[in-house]
Ligand binder design. Structure first.
Ligand SMILES: [Zn+2]
Length: 297
């Protein structure tokens, strides 16, 4: 990310700042903790001079997204949203490089999803959660629900949070309008991935009825925690930019009122705090706001 942001004339330093904070946070809650200094090695001072905030806030504030979402944004930014195949290939190359080169923990996403309101319209991308460990994944889903994702997408995910059983009274699931594209692909071999059961439930995505037996690597995780999949981020990005599609996807259930939404969000925050207790993280209740790099001479 540091090298990529140097290669472009546009200012992408906010993304570098964001990924640093997200990685440092995950290092902080890892067992045993992994410090920013250990992650960056002899580049620590150089990076700290440009990006001081992630070092200061990784022990008190929560990231809004998991690290690989920042990498995805960078690639979409540098390559351009239209060049879908190039983006997929570039991410595949990066991931195979990361996996080959490391024996220790490696944070990357298994799938990418592309959503479009209609054929030839703007492409909105998303990747699956890139965390390691059970608590970290659930913390990131809760944090993204409360800070990053579009309200309808967050509402659908919150319906099944913290466990996979739906609250009987509240239903925030949505039905994606017909003809809206929401298609996921493996980032290890580029294969098309049918939606997992939780995405079918949350967004009424068409089930895989072609009889093929591709196993979605997310399906297993998805069974345990809704919100891990690339579809979630991709649809959230689509809804945030396209109000018309979003309106057509509004939750059908009359039980999904503003009051219910607030109540459910409070539940999610309560659960988030208990997860943070488990990993001994003292949260100041703020979500991190990424900064531009400092000017250095
Ligand atoms: Zn899914």
């Amino acid at each position: 990310m540091l090298e990529m942001s140097k290669q472009t004339t546009q200012d992408t330093t906010v993304l570098v700042d964001e990924i640093l904070h997200s990685i440092f946070f995950l290092g902080k809650i890892n067992k045993p903790p992994i410090s920013p200094e250990r992650i960056l090695g002899d580049r620590t001072d150089e990076v700290r001079a440009l990006y001081p905030e992630p070092f200061k806030r990784c022990s008190s504030q929560l990231p809004r997204r998991s690290p690989f979402s920042c990498v995805l944004d960078m690639f979409v930014h540098l390559i351009g949203h239209k060049k879908e195949e190039d983006i997929k290939r570039a991410l595949q190359v990066l991931i195979s490089y990361l996996r080959k080169d490391t024996e220790s923990k490696c944070l990357f996403s298994f799938t990418i999803c592309i959503s479009q309101a209609a054929r030839d319209s703007v492409r909105y991308y998303g990747v699956s959660m890139s965390t390691s460990g059970r608590e970290a994944g659930r913390i990131m889903v809760a944090a993204s629900c409360c800070s990053a994702w579009d309200e309808y997408v967050a509402g659908a995910v919150m319906t099944y949070f913290p466990n996979k059983h739906k609250n009987m009274d509240i239903d925030g699931t949505i039905r994606l309008p017909e003809n809206v594209r929401c298609e996921a692909f493996s980032l290890s071999d580029g294969r098309k991935m049918p939606p997992c059961r939780s995405c079918v439930t949350l967004f009424s995505l068409p089930m895989n009825n072609t009889g093929n037996t591709n196993i979605n690597p997310n399906a297993d995780i998805g069974k345990h925690a809704y919100g891990n999949c690339a579809e979630v981020e991709s649809l959230s990005n689509l809804f945030k930019s396209n109000r018309r599609v979003k309106q057509r996807a509004r939750p059908a259930s009359e039980s999904w009122t503003e009051m219910d939404k607030d109540k459910k969000k409070k539940d999610v925050l309560t659960h988030l705090r208990s997860l943070l207790n488990i990993v001994s993280f003292r949260w100041d209740t703020k979500f991190y706001s990424p900064q531009r790099a400092r000017e250095t001479n």
